[in-house]
Design a protein around this ligand. Structure first.
Ligand SMILES: Cc1ncc(C[n+]2csc(CCOP(=O)(O)OP(=O)(O)O)c2C)c(N)n1
Ligand SMILES: [Mg+2]
Length: 582
């Protein structure tokens, strides 16, 4: 096994070097990548029948990295195995890279299944194994899941199906590193006795040291007739780097040097995080005696709620990585008269928990505030699975749900108070990292009311929402230097919208634009067009990310690529105002 040891060492080195080089802005998940190095080495260099020269061979073995955030180790293995030039590693998570923030079968040679939203890989692998059986192919399907990931209910739906169909050419490996995003699995949502759970679901169960290549190879080859096999691989998160071993600070942190803080930004604005402002506002409101409960889905710290959890542990419920459970538990708490804050990310809140929001929160009109981080382009580095770019469109269709989209941290504080005082369900879209602060303390907010942010004149009206408002305000300056005077209007509430403000803008302005970090369908542009179609019809020029799937890139890179910088917004507007066809 000497050869495999050397390969694993090289993959570990490539993983660390790349994550160190890409820069803090692009992060990556070093801990989760390092814990699976031996597993991917054993698979790609000993066990799996694959040939990079025939990447589409129907009889090849398949691999699904369900814990997609560990993908740097997979990419390093694929590069070394010859699927693509290792020079691509340095482009990881940058815009236009082959190597997305999470595995992407459309972009990366050798990747068999897209992942990143936890919990899906096992069911996908069941489908692949069923297909192999239908084709009478000898192909074996391997799927690697995280231990925290096992908290998703869908994993167990897939486990039942695999046992029912006796998928003996399906092998699941659980990366049992004992940690997840917010701490120890045993604290967040215990899974033990994990072996007995899999056995009860009808699986052949093995346990190995997940860093012992010999043991892994033997386990990966030992299948039994008529039953799927699961290998519980005991691993160390961050294995091989003394700073990181067992230290969850490295769940998602770049080991490279941090760029100096950009406060204030190049235009002199203070920077602050809406997530932090949100968490602080929740603590303040709880101190005032509001009957709050907070429910998190392995999002306590990442949504700024660790302060609340420390101060009021009895009012904090951690359901683990289980978003459907998150919203439905929140609905149950709210049904008893509490005001409940449920925290997840925008993509998961709108895509995965839509039914729970619609039928169990909005229909009974419960006081549940769905706090959704990583909205818009703020999650760009993570790629498709995490990009929350359809959330407003999807959730605008839910009757009675108020949709708030604060433009900065100051507005967030005020809007959290308003959401808690509101007597029904609210969706609150938040960002990720710091963004420029636009407003002064004392910011006033009323649900359903918008505001004029900046007014140079009425040649053009720009209606916007969320942190992109700063680019819109700056675009007005660029336009002014070209002799076009515009007004920037902000809609902090996207449901209900400020109809009077929209109609007034349509009446006064020669041209009307909407600007948003959202799909061009369903968001600000659609909300404005809905109002105008019933009042003063006219053209709404939509500046948005389009009707498409985006890809990995820092928020700044994606704003450039999709024309959402102040300069690009102004240029697009000038093409219309000067009559140039765009
Ligand atoms: C559906 C979903 N919810 C939340 C996340 C955010 N997230 C990314 S990694 C992670 C923790 C995963 O823990 P585990 O499965 O144990 O993997 P490890 O990091 O230990 O490798 C979370 C919550 C996600 N990617 N998908
Ligand atoms: Mg884990």
């Amino acid at each position: 096994m000497h050869r495999l040891d050397d390969i694993a060492a090289a993959i570990r080195r490539d993983t660390l070097d790349t994550l160190t080089a890409i820069g803090h802005e692009h992060r990556g998940h070093p801990g989760a990548s390092l814990s699976i190095v031996e597993i991917v080495t054993a698979l790609y260099f000993e066990v799996m029948r694959v040939d990079p020269a025939m990447p589409c061979d129907p009889d090849r073995d398949r691999f699904v990295l369900s814990k997609g955030h560990g993908c740097m180790a997979l990419y390093a293995a694929l590069a070394r195995r010859g699927y693509f030039d290792p020079a691509h590693l340095a482009t990881f998570r940058h815009v236009d890279s082959l190597l997305q923030g999470h595995p992407d079968m459309r972009k990366t040679p050798g990747v068999d299944m897209t992942s990143g939203s936890l919990g899906h890989g096992l069911s996908a692998a069941v489908g692949m194994a069923l297909d192999a059986r239908m084709r009478r192919s000898p192909s074996v399907t391997y799927v690697l899941v995280g231990d925290g990931e096992l908290q998703e209910g869908l994993i167990w739906e897939g486990a039942m199906a695999a046992a029912k169909y006796g998928l003996d050419r399906l092998v699941a490996i659980v990366d049992c590193n004992g940690l997840q995003s917010g701490g120890r699995v045993a604290d967040i949502m215990p899974l033990d006795p994990i072996d007995r759970r899999w056995q009860a679901f009808g699986w052949n169960t093995l346990e190995v040291d997940g860093h012992d290549l010999d043991a892994l190879v033997v386990a990966l080859r030992s299948r039994v007739d008529g039953r799927p096999t699961v290998i519980l691989a005991r691993t160390v998160k961050g294995k091989g780097d003394a700073r990181m071993e067992g230290n969850n600070r490295w769940h998602q942190a770049c080991p490279g040097p941090r760029a100096p803080s950009r406060t204030p930004d190049e235009r002199g604005r203070r920077l602050a995080s809406t997530r932090v402002a949100f968490g602080e506002a929740v603590v303040e409101l709880w101190r005032e005696g509001r009957p709050l409960a907070v429910v998190t889905s392995d999002t306590t710290a990442s949504m700024g709620l660790d302060g609340f959890a420390a101060l009021a542990p009895g009012l904090h419920v951690e359901v683990g990585i289980a978003e459907q459970n998150l919203i439905t538990v929140a609905a149950g708490l709210a049904a008893q008269g509490r005001t409940v804050i449920a925290a997840t990310y925008a993509a998961f809140a709108s895509l995965r928990t839509l039914e729970q929001i619609r039928t169990f929160v909005a229909y009974p009109n419960h006081r549940v505030i769905i706090a959704a981080g990583l909205g818009g382009l703020s999650s760009g580095i993570e790629g498709v699975a995490h990009l929350g770019l359809e959330d407003i469109g999807i959730l605008r269709t839910v009757p009675g749900l108020v949709i708030m989209n604060p433009a900065d941290a100051v507005a967030t504080s005020t809007m959290v108070r308003s959401a808690i005082e509101h007597g029904g369900p609210v969706y609150l879209r938040l960002g990720r990292d710091d963004s420029p602060v636009l407003f002064e303390d004392g910011y006033e907010f009323t649900i359903g009311r918008g505001r004029v942010l900046s007014e140079h004149g009425w040649d053009v009206a720009l209606i916007t929402s969320g942190p992109i408002a700063t680019e819109v305000v700056d675009a007005l300056d660029v336009l002014a230097s070209e002799g076009v005077r515009g007004v920037a209007i902000e809609l902090p509430t996207l449901k209900p919208v400020d109809r009077d403000l929209i109609v007034g803008a349509r009446r006064r302005a020669r041209h009307l634009f909407t600007v948003e970090e959202h799909s061009s369908i369903g968001g600000v542009g659609s909300a404005v067009a809905d109002v105008l179609s019933e009042t003063v019809p006219g053209i709404v020029h939509r500046i948005a990310v389009g009707d498409r799937f985006l890809e990995s890139g820092s928020p700044a890179e994606l704003r450039v690529k999709y024309g959402l910088t102040a300069e690009a917004i102004a240029a697009r507007i000038l093409r219309v105002t000067t009559g140039v066809r765009s």
